[in-house]
Design a binder for this molecule. Structure first.
Ligand code: ADP
Ligand code: MG
Length: 500
């Protein structure tokens, strides 16, 4: 008897599916023929096999992108047409929302409602850049009257994009959409943990009108497929989101060719609570800022700074509420926190929990939940009385782990908030508008929220100060990362030189 897709969906135990990567408009295996396993983090079961791409697959993808850009004429496709293609990708995501969200949850572990938001955000991102494609234009400069000078914006060429596993289809959107709006061709490598939704979406790339080679999806791990993409001489730019460690490596590997790079490297973001903040909202904001998406968020507000006069009440309330967070498989609609993405990530977080137990006090959590015999779950954990110099206050954990640090006054809050190598995000909670703005101005971070944490809109810039990287995604900033600027000077003087 054949199993229909619907029946498989109901059974919620998908068989091991074989995926292929997408190069030059075709679904292909790795040239070397090898594959790697992809898991469901809630069951630890293998759900898919995916080609393990290597240097020769990357070379094929870059060649296809080059051909599409320089010979097949992608470079000359009008901005209007590029915009329409982006709108059609958005439509596909919206019409396949349920299917893509379910697959995202199966592959990443995140709660299904969060996957659904991700699909909506991904579609919105393609729509935004579909609209922006026709608004990329140069400038005319006021040079002396016997000349005209203007600046043209041109696509860089082939862009290499490397994305992480925490928001798989959404991070792909943040990179593919602006690159196509700019007129670039793309070779994108999803994270080896979570390649499925992008490969599924690629099934629609031909139908939306993307010529072969304009977007290529190469699957594989970092050293095998990511590194050759970074060092390929025909890739003009690398856009990367991931760990600071790999970001440094990428910057080093790109240096020989003076390849452009933009890096979004995560952080250890402060979430600052003054005693005049609305208390209930503040406690919710601390939990949401740290625990959304299992804490696997580059902008996680994992350093919670709390003013001393509300400190113990705050720790107690946050711990009590954290205990009510329902863990479970992401496809269960009652689940508020899923498992971590991989056994490796679970072990990494468990290592920090062990370190944390030696560095601070545990208000709640601190280990693996007892109720599951399968799945890479970690308890939502709150450490308090944390010294800002502690490992759990300085290093990005990328899991549901909050470090609560007391402070006395505004000056101390600012000093602690900025005392980290990172500078991606920050939030401040207060009902005093003067204080809010003073703190906003003093924080070294690429995003500062006031009385909220985490909402992200495609219209607004995203990126880090300091070791959180450089370059900005989203908004009009996002498209700049894929454009070169060409100055054109036109002489109007009939005897222009007359020097010799
Ligand atoms: P994590 O350690 O949490 O998996 P990484 O920064 O290692 O985060 O991974 C983010 C992305 O970077 C993934 O797509 C991964 O395959 C890729 N990557 C890892 N190592 C390298 C590398 N040496 N060169 C290029 N890309 C890499
Ligand atoms: Mg890694």
């Amino acid at each position: 008897m054949t199993t229909t897709a619907a029946a498989r969906g109901r059974a919620r135990t998908p068989e091991v599916a074989s995926y292929r990567m997408y190069i030059d408009g075709k679904f292909v295996d790795a040239r070397g023929g090898s594959t790697f396993d992809v898991y469901d983090p809630s069951t630890e079961a293998v759900v898919a096999r995916v080609p393990a791409g290597g240097a020769e697959d990357v070379a094929g993808a870059v060649e296809a992108a080059r051909r599409a850009f320089y010979q097949a004429g992608w470079k000359n496709v009008s901005a209007q047409e590029r915009g329409r293609i982006l709108f059609r990708i958005a439509e596909r995501i919206r019409s396949r929302r349920a299917e893509l969200a379910e697959l995202e949850t199966i592959n990443s572990g995140k709660p299904i409602a969060e996957s659904e938001y991700d699909m909506d955000d991904a579609a919105t991102c393609y729509e935004y850049y579909g609209g922006l494609a026709t608004k990329i234009h140069g400038e005319v400069m006021p040079v002396p009257a016997d000349a005209v000078a203007f600046a043209m914006r041109e696509p860089m060429g082939v862009a290499g994009q490397i994305i992480p596993w925490n928001y798989p289809l959404l991070m792909a959107a943040w990179k593919i959409a602006p690159a196509l709006a700019a007129g670039c061709a793309v070779v994108i490598k999803p994270a080896e943990q979570t390649p499925l939704t992008l490969l599924r979406l690629a099934e629609d790339f031909e139908a939306v009108g993307l010529p072969p080679g304009v977007v290529n999806v190469v699957t594989g791990d970092g050293p095998g497929a990511g590194a050759p993409l970074v060092s390929h001489p025909d890739v003009r730019k690398i856009a990367f989101t991931g760990s600071a460690e790999v970001g440094r490596l990428i910057m080093r590997n790109a240096a020989d060719q003076l390849k452009r790079v933009s890096l979004e490297l995560g952080g250890k973001s402060p979430n600052i609570f003054f005693s005049d903040a609305d208390f209930e909202n503040a406690v919710d904001g601390a939990l949401f800022g740290t625990f959304v998406n299992q804490g696997e968020v580059c902008s996680a507000g994992s350093r919670v700074l709390v003013q001393r006069d509300i400190y113990s009440k705050f720790v107690d309330a946050a711990a009590a509420k954290a205990k009510t967070i329902r863990l479970g498989p992401g496809l269960d609609r009652d689940t508020k926190m899923g498992p971590l993405v991989s056994a490796e990530q679970r072990d990494r977080v468990a290592g920090y929990l062990k370190t944390g137990r030696g560095e601070a006090k545990v208000a709640v959590g601190g280990g693996r939940p007892k109720q599951f015999d399968k799945g890479w779950y970690v308890e939502p954990t709150i450490f308090y009385d944390v010294d800002n110099a502690a490992t759990i206050a300085q290093e990005e954990i990328f899991g549901p782990v909050m470090s609560v640090i007391p402070f006395t006054d505004e000056a101390e809050a600012i000093r602690i908030a900025n005392a980290t190598p990172y500078g991606l995000a920050a939030a401040v909670w207060t009902r005093d508008i003067f204080k809010a703005f003073r703190v906003v101005k003093a924080l070294e971070a690429g995003i500062v929220w006031v009385n909220h944490m985490q909402p992200t809109f495609v219209e607004a810039p995203w990126g880090g100060y300091k070791a959180s990287g450089f370059g900005r995604e989203l908004g009009h900033w996002g498209v700049e990362e894929y454009l070169e600027t060409k100055q054109v000077f036109i002489n109007l003087d009939e005897k222009p030189i007359g020097w010799y």
